[in-house]
Design a protein around this ligand. Structure first.
Ligand code: LIP
Length: 278
């Protein structure tokens, strides 16, 4: 904890977690119930394949207004441009639809990701999540965690504690990874995956970093790695993995950043990180 970070009580963290869960559910309902029949691409970002839909924008606007009402002094950083400084030391980092390409194609692997963070979210390695929620609105699975209070999966009226696997043997491990929107980057990422594929059980590519991290937290994957993530792809899932007993790190064992994210059980990360940290 740095001197600029606010001292948050267990109750305050529990309140932040409840807010994250509540607004993630609302945004999840919006993107499913109000999806236009003919959803097109509203705009593109870094490349032609890095798309935004009108529902990404509407979801972010809903999250922004709910947070403004619930916690007016908090800051905000959103994938679709929402940005507001904090006067409380807490900043919300939100991805209104993580896995937007899946959403566009109606592949049921996309999520709303909401995290309350402390530190400077605009500086790599200078922030960390303290409460967060990731909702897959199609499967109605809500993953959530608060710092120090564990990670949970709410589904079908039940709330179950989740744990990472203890898999320490890479050859028997099921991994996930992802590819960026830039062609050259994708080729490099594919080359790394091609090297790894002969050393692990198998590799999955679901298309949402937030859901990949939650799958690690729930023991559905043994590990995950990706280069090129933004804070909003990572924030909530990061805490959900660590509260499920796992580890999330970046290059050289440091904080996870856009350069690299490696997640899994402690032993698994120790074995996977040297292979993907380059
Ligand atoms: C996506 C990530 C995914 C990555 C994609 C993209 P988006 O986020 O969740 O892991 O492989 O390239 O960055 O753009 O759907 O919010």
């Amino acid at each position: 904890m740095t001197s600029t970070e606010p001292r948050l009580s267990t109750d305050e963290i529990a309140d932040l977690e409840t807010i994250a869960c509540t607004i993630a559910r609302e945004a999840g309902d919006l993107i499913v119930d109000e999806r236009p029949d003919h959803l097109g691409v509203a705009a593109t970002k870094s490349t032609e394949t890095d798309v935004v839909t009108i529902m990404d924008k509407r979801s972010e606007e809903l999250l922004r207004t709910r947070l403004e009402a619930a916690r007016p002094g908090d800051g905000l950083l959103g994938e679709e441009g929402a940005s507001k400084p904090s006067t409380t030391g807490v900043t919300w980092v939100v991805d209104p639809i993580d896995g937007t390409v899946n959403y566009l194609y109606q592949l049921p692997a996309y999520a709303v990701s909401v995290a309350a963070c402390v530190g400077d979210v605009h500086t790599e390695g200078a922030w960390r999540p303290v409460a967060g929620a990731v909702l897959n609105p199609v499967t109605d699975e809500l993953f959530h965690a608060g710092l120090g209070s564990g990670a949970f999966l709410d589904h079908a009226g039940r709330s179950s504690a989740i744990r990472v696997t203890a898999q320490g043997d890479l050859a028997m491990s099921l991994l996930a990874t992802g590819f960026g929107y830039d062609v050259d980057k994708r080729k490099r990422q594919a080359a790394l995956a091609a090297e790894l594929i002969g050393r692990v059980r198998d590799i999955r590519r679901a298309g949402s970093a937030a859901l990949d991290l939650c799958s690690v937290a729930a023991g559905r994957l043994d590990g995950y790695y990706e280069a090129g993530l933004n804070p909003w792809d990572l924030a909530a899932g990061w805490l959900i993995v660590t509260e499920a007993g796992g580890l999330v790190q970046g290059q050289a064992g440091g904080a996870p950043t856009s350069d690299l994210v490696v997640a899994g059980g402690t032993e698994h990360v120790a074995k996977l990180a040297p292979l993907v940290d380059r």
